[in-house]
Design a protein around this ligand. Structure first.
Ligand SMILES: [Mg+2]
Length: 129
């Protein structure tokens, strides 16, 4: 499975990417604008973890852009952000995000969210059908 990690902080991209790689994902990472380039180029990720506060293109705008494109409809979008206001969570979910993870988070809490979404890949060696 493929994941796209979107954050303007390289350190945060590295942290999220490391967790996802540990779970078994192939990970690409970038900021909001780079994410659109990655999506346009493909291959399409199954999951995108998206920071909210980013210069150039913020996470909410990115969610809206992804949801506008029918080809990207099946990508699961998870906001990963310090924005913890209920109203912000509602906005993100209304815009088309599936899940919401508040920073700071643990690798277990990220894994738990993915589990709920049915997005924990089978361990390497197992045949996925
Ligand atoms: Mg940020």
């Amino acid at each position: 499975m493929r994941a796209l990690v979107v954050d303007d902080s390289r350190a945060m991209r590295r942290i999220v990417a490391r967790i996802l790689t540990g779970i078994g994902y192939d990970v690409e990472a970038g900021d909001g604008q780079q994410a659109l380039d990655v999506l346009a180029r493909g291959p399409k990720p199954h999951l995108a973890c998206i920071d909210w506060n980013m210069p150039v293109m913020d996470g909410l705008s990115l969610v809206v852009r992804v949801r506008e494109n029918p080809q990207w409809r099946d990508i699961t979008l998870m906001m990963v952000t310090t924005e913890s206001e209920h109203s912000q969570i509602v906005r993100a979910l209304a815009a088309g995000a599936h899940e919401y993870l508040i920073k700071p988070f643990t690798s277990d809490s990220l894994r738990e969210k993915l589990d709920l979404l049915g997005l924990v890949p089978a361990p390497t060696g197992e045949v996925a059908s």
